[in-house]
Write a new protein. Structure first.
Ligand code: OGA
Ligand code: MN
Length: 220
């Protein structure tokens, strides 16, 4: 067990990762605008999230794009189905919420961000679906600071598709959606897309926000 390094109000959560590891990740995030972290979830937390995901499969709904007023469903741009999570309702994910708090603390303390909230959904890309190139911000909705995507695909193999493609100045980076892997990137600065999934593809995706979430989570 790692002794907590968090201060109030987070001092009684059990941290998942050492400060040394976090500092390496944060340095890479600052330098490259993104960082890919393998084994971000331990086995126990991974199983809890998988169980939660299976239990709530009937509750997933078609995701849309845009924000209040211009929200639309366009499967030619984005074909995933999502289930928005809530801390007060999805309490069997407690260890996950602690991990989110740990990340928020680290970002605020070491990246000088003012993150005060977060929003997360489970996402399912059925075979044949994808999400075109985009930024995780849109008109009327610019409070997403850091995107956090955690992959849940245990049996993923080359050819299964659904890779995350992160665009850089002149090239791009392909990230395989492997179980327990986490992609962290700056929401406003990193264009990215999800390549077509050839098999079911699952993730736990969310954003660290600099303002309370308000109505936003129903809208994007
Ligand atoms: C998103 C997104 C990336 C991924 O949901 O906005 O870009 O790899 N997800 O699932
Ligand atoms: Mn995105």
């Amino acid at each position: 067990m790692i002794i907590t390094y968090l201060s109030a109000p987070f001092c009684n959560i059990q941290v998942q990762h050492s400060l040394e590891r976090w500092l390496l990740w944060v340095e890479e995030l600052a330098e490259n605008d993104y960082v890919i972290i393998d084994d971000f979830l331990d086995e126990e937390l991974f199983r809890k999230i998988m169980a939660h995901c299976s239990r709530h499969l009937p509750d997933f709904t078609q995701a849309g794009i845009g924000s209040l007023g211009d929200f639309t469903i366009q499967e030619g741009i984005r074909g995933d189905r999502t289930y928005w999570l809530e801390r007060s309702r999805d309490i069997d994910l407690r260890a996950f919420w602690d991990l989110v708090d740990e990340a928020i603390h680290i970002m605020n303390r070491y990246c000088y961000l003012s993150i005060s909230d977060s929003e997360f959904h489970l996402a399912h890309y059925p075979k044949g679906s994808f999400y075109d190139r985009h930024l995780d911000q849109f008109a009327g909705r610019n409070n997403r600071m850091i995107s956090m995507v955690i992959y849940l695909n245990e049996l993923w193999q080359p050819g299964d598709g659904g890779e995350l493609e992160i665009f850089r100045d002149d090239d791009s980076v392909i990230v395989e959606p492997l179980a327990k892997r986490c992609a962290l990137f700056k929401s406003a600065d990193v264009p990215h897309q999800v390549l077509m999934a050839h098999k079911n593809r699952f993730s736990l995706t969310g954003w660290l926000l600099y303002q309370p979430v308000g109505l936003g989570q129903f809208l994007g």
